[in-house]
Design a protein around this ligand. Structure first.
Ligand code: 2BA
Length: 109
């Protein structure tokens, strides 16, 4: 058995959950925050049999889009007379970041 951990953008979450449940997969959603952009994303946990990993990866690939997001590289110093605002930079945020781990034991008690 495998545990798939997919970090996705909030905008893609409803579409992804729809695809997973239509295909008969169970999932758990945890609200999360990206360490770099410090903005919200969602972490989806999906427990599956080994032979189902490919199907889940296809659903994630189909339903999560790559987007660009603007961020401030750093906060400008708030000194009197300093009007310089650093330009925002564009960061590409992936469709999904996915980890697949072996599950040693699974039980529903
Ligand atoms: P964030 O950490 O907010 O990162 C958002 C995007 O910023 C990343 O997109 C990447 O394009 C860029 N980025 C991140 N760290 C960077 C750095 N040190 N220098 C330059 N650019 C950087 P993705 O790679 O698609 O990641 C999307 C989200 O997935 C991340 O949000 C984070 O929440 C998670 N993630 C990505 N890689 C991870 C990892 N190795 N371990 C745990 N979480 C990860």
């Amino acid at each position: 058995m495998k545990l798939i951990t997919a970090i996705v953008q909030d905008e893609d979450l409803p579409n992804l959950l729809d695809g997973l449940s239509r295909a008969g997969f169970r999932s758990t959603v945890i609200g999360s925050t990206g360490g770099f952009l410090r903005s919200g994303n969602s972490t989806v946990l999906i427990g599956v049999e080994d032979h189902q990993v490919g199907r889940v990866m296809s659903i994630i690939r189909e339903r999560c889009r790559t987007r660009t997001q603007l961020m401030n590289p750093y906060s400008p110093a708030l000194e009197p007379g300093l009007l310089y605002m650093p330009p925002q930079i564009e960061v590409e945020v992936g469709g999904a970041v996915v980890f697949v781990q072996n599950v040693v034991r699974f039980e529903r008690l």
